[in-house]
Structure formats: structure tokens, C-alpha cells
Design a binder for this molecule. Structure first.
Ligand SMILES: [Zn+2]
Length: 436
């Protein structure tokens, strides 16, 4: 441990505030209302030299730089750093006056110390504080703290070069971040997730980025902005049924396998089943489903997996299917159940065979009156390779959906985001496993 050369009081103050991190020394202190004010001077080794010509400077005067630092004992802290100014002594140098270098304490032009940035990110990501709460801690405005968080996240992303090194499987999905029509990208973002660890059974999904909008361009531009090495390493892209994502992946990653994930296939089949039920309901009773209508009563039972049906639900379904006019619902329901069953197979090859059989059966001329099922058949046929690729690649957007759930919770907790940028930072900090 170094022997103190300052007065004991100064050693105590400098130790408590850890001024060694800042390159300053505390010379005085006072309370100004809720704020603790610390006067400091720079710890400078060598004599100040002119930034233009390198000649030694002659002391001229000093100015004060006011900087917000980490809160102390629950109160905002302001540093008032004495910054000496010098005159360049070399005749003919155009510099005139220059100030001592304070870049160890704070970035040029910033009004907060460097260590505030890391503090703000930790408070946001680890302690889950709001920007407003951190602003109160530091005694600064919401905008200032938000600006620090944006800049610090960017620095973090730019500095973390290894972040994309091991990515082999990515998931692409849409997520609604704002429920207003006027929001950027119509309130939608495209969520890009690293599924490599999930597929390898080694860990959870990791958020890589959020891109405004839901379009082929959103994915294409993001992929195009990565380096070629990254694009070469990606082997699998998991996605929903949106054709734009497929186009983007095919164009930008021509060698990667695209996988349409089970969640979206099952959701698609379920949506067709709902549409069929509503159409038959209208055809048979002439009105939209209401309490007491046979089809309306089984709407949830229809969407329940066969193995999970209660005895009561089975009885109700049997009664509904016994009626001749409900045959379209029954056939569509059976196709829906077969899709689910294929995904539930423990043996992936068996699952693949079953789902291929469902797609084939829907493709071969269905009887009239099964419009919804025919649509499902066309979609699955068009994406047949992507749908069946799941059974060999096991890449699913299920974990992406889990991240979507966390993003949704985040959106609600934050009582709405002011802008997509803020949403982007918070999302990356909460779901992106950035190393702080
Ligand atoms: Zn000079």
C-alpha cells in the first residue's frame, strides 16, 4: 500500500470517493441542499504541454469544470474540478491558451464523469431501475440520463466484437413495441435472436438486435451490415410464415437453411380452424357465435391438444361432430390435431414423416367446403422445405417468443417508451446478455 503524502482528511475523502479512478484529488467539500459538492484538483504528473507544438505551457489561470459523479450516501454528487489553463510559451505558436487535460475524468463535452456511464447501465440492466429513478439518484434530467444510456450501449455493442463470433443459428420474428399507429415502423420491430445455444441444448436465447419495422428490408439491411464472416457462419435461420423474412434470408444468406418453426405452423393451423368454425357457425345459425351455440361452446376445446382434453370436453366435441353440418369443422380440427401430433413425436424422423403426410393429404384435392384447410395446405406446401427442416435442425422461434414475452413485460413496466431507441437499449440490456 502506498504511504499517504496528503493530509489524513484528504486521504479519507479520496478513499471513500475512490478518486483514484478519476485522476483527481479532493480539496474541499460542502453540502448544497440535497447535493454533495466536492472540490477537486487534477492529479498531474508531467508539466502541461501545448497540444499544437508540444512546448511547455506557462500557468495563466484556472477554470472550474462541473461534473456529476456517482451518488454518495443516497445524495447526488457534483465535482467541481479546478482546471488550470496555460499559455503556450513558444513564440509563433498560434495556440495561445490551452487547458489541462481532463479526459481521464470525463469525455470532452460531457457533464458527467466517465464512471457514470457504467453506473447508469448497471442500474438499468441489473437493478431494473427506470431512467427516471436513475435521474433522481444522480440529480440530472431524464434526457441526460437517457442520452448517457444510449451512448454507453452503443459503445458497449461496438466494443463487444466477440458478440457475434459463435452465432450459428438465428431467429427472426416480429414484435409490437408500441400500440400506436404513428410510431416508427408502425409500432413493430423485427427481433433478431441468437438461438445457437438453444439448439445445442446449452443455454437460453440471446437478443442480438431490434430493427424498426417488419419487412424483408429490415432483415436484409441488418444482415448486410454484419461482416461476411458472420454471414458465412450462420447455418440456420428460424422464422415465422412471413414471406418477407424468407426472401431476405434467401437473398442475404443463400447457403443457410431456413426453418419455419412449429409455433407458427401450429398457430397458423389453429387460426384456420377458428375461421372455419366461425364460417360454419354463420352458415348454420346465421349469426356470430354466442353463449349456448354448440360451436361457440367448444371453441376452446377445439384448440386443445387431443391428449389434454377433459372427459367433459370430449363428450361436447363428440356431440358437435355428430351433426352433419359441422363436418368441415371436424375435418379441419383433425388436420390441426395431426399437425400438433407430428411435433409431439419423440422421434424427429417419425415427426417429419407424419407432418409430410399431413401436407401431402391437404395438397391432394380436398372436397369442396374446406376452404380454410385448402389455404393451410397451400401455405404449408409453399413452405414445405422450411416446415420439415425443423425436424432435422431443431431450430425454433420458441425461445424468440420467450424473449418477446420479456420485451412485452418490459414495455408494460416502463409505461410506454418515448422512442424506439430507448426501447432498443433497454431490450438489449435486459435480454441481450451484454457484459457490463
Ligand atoms: Zn504551442
Amino acid at each position: 500500500m502506498p504511504q499517504p503524502t496528503s493530509s489524513p482528511a484528504q486521504v479519507v475523502a479520496d478513499t471513500i470517493v475512490r478518486t483514484v479512478e478519476l485522476g483527481v484529488r479532493i480539496t474541499d467539500a460542502a453540502l448544497d441542499g440535497q447535493t454533495t459538492v466536492l472540490w477537486c484538483e487534477l492529479v498531474v504528473g508531467a508539466a502541461a504541454r501545448c497540444p499544437d507544438c508540444g512546448h511547455a505551457g506557462v500557468y495563466r489561470d484556472a477554470v472550474e469544470r462541473r461534473l456529476t459523479d456517482l451518488p454518495l450516501a443516497g445524495h447526488p454528487t457534483q465535482l467541481r474540478v479546478r482546471v488550470p489553463r496555460y499559455r503556450c510559451a513558444r513564440s509563433g505558436c498560434e495556440r495561445g491558451v490551452f487547458a489541462a487535460d481532463t479526459s481521464s475524468v470525463a469525455r470532452p463535452g460531457w457533464t458527467t464523469t466517465r464512471r457514470c456511464a457504467g453506473y447508469v447501465l448497471r442500474r438499468l440492466a441489473v437493478d431494473r431501475l427506470t431512467v427516471g429513478a436513475i435521474a433522481r439518484e444522480l440529480g440530472r434530467s431524464w434526457d441526460t440520463i437517457n442520452g448517457i444510456a444510449v451512448a454507453a450501449t452503443r459503445t458497449l455493442l461496438a466494443g463487444d466484437r466477440a458478440r457475434l463470433d459463435d452465432v450459428r443459428v438465428i431467429g427472426v420474428d416480429e414484435h409490437r413495441w408500441a400500440h400506436t399507429r404513428h410510431a416508427e415502423g408502425d409500432g413493430f420491430v423485427t427481433v433478431i435472436v441468437d438461438l445457437t445455444d438453444v439448439v445445442a441444448g446449452q443455454g437460453p436465447a440471446r437478443l442480438l438486435d431490434l430493427v424498426p419495422g417488419r419487412s424483408a428490408a429490415a432483415v436484409r439491411d441488418w444482415l448486410a451490415a454484419r461482416d461476411q464472416g458472420f454471414r458465412d457462419r450462420v447455418e440456420v435461420v428460424a422464422m415465422d410464415g412471413f414471406g418477407g423474412y424468407k426472401t431476405a434470408a434467401a437473398e442475404t444468406l443463400p447457403d443457410a437453411v431456413t426453418v419455419m418453426d412449429p409455433f407458427h405452423v401450429v398457430a397458423l393451423a389453429g387460426a384456420k380452424l377458428d375461421l372455419c368454425r366461425q364460417r360454419v357457425q354463420q352458415d348454420t345459425l346465421g349469426h356470430r357465435g354466442r353463449a349456448g351455440d354448440p360451436l361457440y361452446r367448444v371453441r376452446r376445446a377445439l384448440r386443445t391438444r387431443l391428449a389434454l382434453l377433459t372427459e367433459r370436453q370430449r363428450t361436447r366435441l363428440a356431440a358437435v361432430f355428430a351433426a352433419e353440418e359441422h363436418v368441415a369443422v371436424q375435418v379441419t380440427w383433425w388436420a390441426y390435431q395431426r399437425v400438433i401430433d407430428a411435433y409431439a413425436q419423440p422421434d424427429p424422423q417419425q415427426g417429419r414423416r407424419l407432418l409430410a403426410a399431413v401436407i401431402d393429404s391437404l395438397r391432394r384435392g380436398l372436397p369442396a367446403g374446406l376452404d380454410e384447410l385448402a389455404q393451410l395446405g397451400r401455405t404449408l406446401q409453399r413452405r414445405r422445405d422450411d416446415v420439415l427442416a425443423y425436424f432435422t435442425r431443431r431450430a425454433s422461434n420458441g425461445p424468440t417468443e420467450a424473449i418477446n414475452g420479456r420485451l412485452e413485460a418490459l414495455r408494460r413496466n416502463a409505461l410506454g417508451f418515448r422512442n424506439p431507441l430507448n426501447y432498443w437499449i433497454r431490450s438489449l440490456l435486459h435480454c441481450g446478455r451484454l457484459t457490463l
